[in-house]
Structure formats: C-alpha cells, structure tokens
Design a protein around this ligand. Structure first.
Ligand SMILES: [Mg+2]
Length: 221
C-alpha cells in the first residue's frame, strides 16, 4: 500500500457515468430511430444494437465531438455521494478513464470530462487519462469493462466489478450500486488492517460541499 493511504482506482464510463444511456441518445439521433428501440447493452461491443465495429467508432466520434456526450452524460445514481463518504473515511480517490483510446478529440474529451466532474461534484485527488493500460498503482479498482477487470486481476490487483448487463460473466466481488461499492471497499480496508475513519456527520449533502467551498472562495477573491 502507498504511504498516501488506501488508493481506490475508479473508472468513469459505466461506473460513475451512464455511458450506455449517453451513447443511446447519440445513436438514436444519428440513425433517426427512437431511443427506446435500443435496448439494454448486453454486449460490450454494442452488437445488440446492430452496430459494426466501424459504425461504433464513427458514432462514438460524433458522440464525443458533436453531441458532447462526455459533458452531458447522466451520472450514475449515488456515485458522488459514495465517493465523498469514502474520501471522508480516508480513501484516496484516483479516477481513471480510457477516454483517450482514440487519437482524436483529446481537447474536447479532457475538457468535457473535467466540466462534467465539477458539475456533478465528484471528488478526486488524481485524474488519469489512459490509453489501453488499465493499471495505475491503486490498492483496489472499480471497473465495468470485462477486459480491464480480467487484466487487472491477472496482474494481482483487487477489482470490484461494477455490475452491468455486459459483465455478468465476470466473477465477483461485484457491486450492484454505489452503496455496495462502499461496503466492499470498507471490507478490503479492514482486511488490510486499516482504520476506516468514521464519516463525520455533515448536516449538508456531501455533494454540495464542493460547490459551497467554491462559492466561499469566490467571495474571498
Ligand atoms: Mg468503464
């Protein structure tokens, strides 16, 4: 474990952000079909929406650059609140995203990601933009992509699978929501003999803290 404490590597798409829903809106608009005709994403490669690999890449590019899907993506319920509680319990939150896997649009991808994190008050101490390599020296990871989970585990890492229809074949530990992520992380910390600091009771919603601090900073400027 690092001297910074327990580092939790948290993936964005499919874990903090509802990537399937954001991409569904893009595909519906681009192909001119109602969004509800595009069912749950049962497969990682979107073959169940009838997309070839080539179509997927073309639509994804339009999604990022024209539809600004990284800025407007719906947030996964409870993600920000749970990450604030974990932060308060002594966890170092290291966000990891593979959004630079394509060699175009990095400016939009990075700017929209940061704007989105601020808008949803998601706390983090590091933000890693990666290509393919899944590992960033964390004590545990939360990820939804089957290939990332498998690769990280093969390298000896503790990985919590964030439940999605396309990863049900991957063995657990598995979290169906963010409350379950919190419990699994607390278990891992206890098993490593780490004190899990009790979250101080904050009368306000944790996600509002960041915005309050920003407002206070503005006032003192
Ligand atoms: Mg993901």
């Amino acid at each position: 474990m690092s001297e910074d404490g327990f580092i939790l590597g948290v993936d964005l798409d499919g874990v903090c952000g509802d990537h399937t829903e954001a991409f569904r809106r893009v595909v519906a608009a681009e192909l001119g079909v109602p969004a509800d005709t595009l069912g749950p994403q049962e497969r990682w490669d979107f073959a169940d929406w009838g997309l070839s690999e080539e179509q997927f890449f073309a639509l994804h590019r339009r999604g990022v650059l024209d539809h600004r899907m990284f800025r407007d993506m719906p947030v996964v319920e409870g993600a920000a609140e749970a990450l604030w509680r974990l932060n308060d319990a002594g966890v170092w939150v290291r966000l990891i995203t593979h959004r630079l896997y394509a060699n175009w649009g990095h400016e939009v991808a990075v700017a929209d990601t940061v704007a989105w994190l601020d808008a949803h008050a998601i706390p983090y101490r590091d933000l890693c933009f990666l290509g393919n390599k899944p590992q960033v020296e964390a004590d545990a990871y939360v990820d939804d992509a089957p290939h990332n989970v498998i690769e990280l585990r093969q390298a000896g890492n503790a990985v919590i699978v964030f439940d999605q229809p396309y990863n049900r074949d991957v063995p657990g530990p598995r979290a169906r929501d963010w409350v379950e992520v919190e419990h699994l992380v607390a278990d891992l910390m206890v098993r490593r003999g780490l004190p899990v600091q009790t979250t101080l009771l904050d009368p306000d919603r944790p996600t509002e803290r960041l915005h309050r601090r920003q407002a206070a900073q503005e006032r003192t400027r």
